[in-house]
Design a protein around this ligand. Structure first.
Ligand SMILES: Cc1cc2nc3c(=O)[nH]c(=O)nc-3n(C[C@H](O)[C@H](O)[C@H](O)COP(=O)(O)OP(=O)(O)OC[C@H]3O[C@@H](n4cnc5c(N)ncnc54)[C@H](O)[C@@H]3O)c2cc1C
Length: 444
């Protein structure tokens, strides 16, 4: 009898322990799912849930919720677990590392480009990276494949391919003009030098491309890569500055000058060669063109006096380093509003917008800017345009009354929209196809 009672106590204890474990596990799962659900809701409101380019697609039938994909992803909140299955949250922030693809033990992840709802424009290229326009090549992220390592590899391969076909009988200033100096363009410039090609690289902004725009503290994830004229780089985790220093050093040692602040406006085929023209009306002729222009597009300028001043910028890199300044932000879209919001605590910010109210902006931004206006943290001036930029002030014109006012000013940020890379490609005659969720990397 005593033994029986003892057994009942032991079994009851085990049963209670088991039920408690299951209860607490399920409770934790539910709690985590709720958090992920909330994050997805916010991502949808902010337009970040729908992917813009490469992104993971989870096969829910194969997913067994190990969470390996989430731990492997170097970016933040791209994936989460919802009701026991992996799912995307801020899919538009995916840069295509593919770490989730490799980490999933059940092969439940495929890396796709575009979705049924949002197609992605990809230029048509053959195996040598040549487009349908003979002589124009494409490398890097504009071709559909993200990541620094891929861009470096493609820049190198594209130039190696075209180097075999150069026709010296054609009269032109250059063998190749490289447009864009991100990882792909830098690698292409080095390869051109290696093959003794006469080349010039034109960059609308600064050397480094998208990498230049990373925050100083961002950890850059990469895989070992082969930099032409430098050799193997075995970095896996690095920083923006380390990468930029490396590129500057190898370009300097090889006496390669990248022409910054040179935006290419048109590429025209004329007399068997290409005429490449920049916005400052400089013209160059070339036998081949390599487009390594990335996917970010090009910013539109206001074309007003003083816009060339050093205090004018078209993006905000490190808001935490800017304080006690009188700042004018121009524009009425999300970028302008986000910039004004980031700067308002430490600076005096005026937002100038030519419209009479903000148009299609993210719900979160709409709410925050309304609060900032109510709290007088940002001075918003609708129906205004910037007329000119001077050393210590700007002139703002009221579009309704025509009145011009002077505003004391230290810095100007302009967000006036821009041209998509697709428009640029099509202007040059390159065929662009839309991809609606096509698999780029999948398990057999
Ligand atoms: C937030 C973020 C984080 C990322 N993190 C990582 C990471 O950790 N690891 C990683 O491997 N990748 C990362 N990436 C992806 C990586 O930055 C890109 O895949 C890579 O920079 C693509 O290189 P690219 O040379 O093809 O294009 P880009 O780097 O975009 O360079 C294109 C250049 O072309 C110029 N250009 C465009 N049009 C013209 C024109 N008409 N005339 C002249 N110049 C022009 C642009 O100004 C730009 O400098 C990240 C991307 C983002 C947005």
């Amino acid at each position: 009898m005593e033994v029986l009672t003892e057994n009942i106590v032991i079994y009851s204890f085990i049963a209670i322990l088991f039920v408690s474990i299951v209860y607490f596990y399920v409770r934790k799962e539910k709690k985590n799912s709720k958090i992920v659900e909330e994050k997805i809701k916010i991502a949808k409101e902010e337009g970040l849930h729908e992917p813009v380019s490469l992104h993971p697609v989870v096969d829910v039938n194969s997913c067994i919720q190990t969470g390996a994909c989430i731990s492997a992803c170097p970016e933040h909140d791209i994936l989460g677990i919802l009701n026991g299955k992996a799912t995307t949250i801020n899919a538009s922030h995916c840069v295509g590392h593919g770490a989730c693809f490799h980490a999933c033990p059940t092969h439940a992840i495929t890396l796709c480009i575009g979705t049924e709802k949002r197609g992605v424009d990809i230029p048509h290229v053959d195996q040598s990276f040549e487009t349908n326009v003979p002589g124009i090549y494409i490398a890097g992220e504009i071709g559909g494949m993200g990541l620094i390592r891929n861009a470096v590899e493609q820049g190198k391969q594209a130039v190696e391919n075209l180097a075999k076909k150069i026709d010296k009988h054609i009269q032109a200033d250059y063998d190749i003009i490289i447009i864009g100096a991100g990882p792909a363009g830098i690698s292409a410039s080095l390869t051109a030098k290696k093959h003794n090609l006469k080349a010039i690289t034109l960059e609308q902004d600064s050397l480094g491309g998208t990498v230049f725009t990373f925050p100083r503290k961002k950890i850059v994830m990469t895989s070992p890569m082969d930099i032409p004229l430098y050799g193997k780089v075995k970095l896996r985790e690095t920083t923006k500055m380390e990468l930029l220093d490396l590129w500057n050093n190898v370009l300097g040692k090889n006496e390669i000058v990248i022409k910054e602040q040179s935006k290419v406006e048109s590429i025209v085929f004329q007399d068997k060669r290409f005429v490449v023209e920049t916005t400052s009306k400089e013209k160059f002729t070339t036998r081949n063109v390599l487009l390594s222009i990335g996917r970010s597009g090009t910013t539109r300028k206001l074309n007003i006096p003083g816009e060339m001043s050093e205090k004018v910028a078209y993006r905000l890199l490190e808001p935490e380093l800017i304080s006690d300044k009188k700042i004018v932000v121009v524009g009425g879209g999300d970028s302008a509003i986000e910039t004004a919001l980031l700067l308002m605590d430490q600076n005096q910010v005026t937002l100038s917008y030519r419209g009479e109210s903000f148009g299609r902006i993210k719900v979160g931004n709409n709410q925050k800017i309304k609060e900032a206006i109510a709290q007088k943290q940002i001075d918003v001036r609708f129906n205004t345009n910037l007329k000119s930029i001077e050393d210590d002030k700007v002139k703002i014109v009221d579009l309704l009354s025509g009145e011009v006012t002077d505003l004391e000013n230290d810095q100007v940020y302009i967000f006036a929209g821009g041209e998509l890379p697709t428009q640029f490609l099509e202007k040059a005659g390159i065929r662009v196809d839309k991809k609606f969720g096509e698999a780029v990397l999948k398990h057999d």
